[in-house]
Ligand binder design. Structure first.
Ligand SMILES: [Ca+2]
Length: 186
């Protein structure tokens, strides 16, 4: 079986504001149509971006980006300007990646740190990767293994950047949040 899937229940970036919390993503809970706040791209075959209430047991909506024996990549994303890296990121995520027959795949939520010109500085991937996935960690690419069922993940961006010594946190101006599947016949 070669299959990869990822779904996302709720996504938030919050900034402490006088004891309250400012939610930065638009439509981070997917209760509106995916055209609200999100951009989509699909390049390849057998790749899908969906919104449904049925990806988990609760009655609310989730988003899912998946591939089934597909090739290429699909992503659902939005970019958010952040005031600083003292921002709490949180997500509820389920991701799976299973390869076979020389295929590979990866699926998850990718945080891409961008500078003031919109150029990428590096990435954190909360992702499931198949056994022979070519993704390789570096001082600008950190993988947090999320393979498995629904679970909550979160961190303060400044803390996560300690895992990415190739990025100067003072240069981070914007964050791209991408629900991504990348696959080679997987
Ligand atoms: Ca649901």
């Amino acid at each position: 079986m070669r299959y990869t899937a990822v779904a996302l229940l709720f996504l938030a970036l919050s900034l402490p504001v006088c004891g309250a919390s400012l939610q930065l993503p638009t439509n981070g809970d997917f209760e509106e149509l995916l055209t609200s706040g999100w951009d989509q791209s699909i390049a390849g075959t057998s790749l899908y971006i969906q919104r449904s209430t049925a990806f988990d047991a609760d009655p609310d909506y989730e988003a899912k980006v998946s591939s089934n024996n597909g090739h290429g990549s699909a992503k659902l994303w939005q970019s958010i300007v952040i005031p600083n890296t003292d921002v709490q990121f949180s997500v509820r995520l389920s991701s799976n990646a299973v390869d076979g027959g020389g295929a590979w795949c990866a699926a998850g939520l990718i945080l891409t740190y961008l500078d003031v010109n919109g150029a990428p500085l590096g990435k954190t991937a909360l992702a499931a990767t198949s056994a022979i996935c070519p993704w390789t960690e570096s001082d600008t690419f950190h993988i947090i293994d999320t393979n498995g069922g629904w679970a909550d993940y979160g961190f303060i961006l400044a803390d996560e950047l300690l895992n990415l010594p190739g990025i100067d946190g003072d240069d981070v101006h914007e964050l791209e949040l991408s629900l991504l599947v990348s696959a080679a016949n997987c």
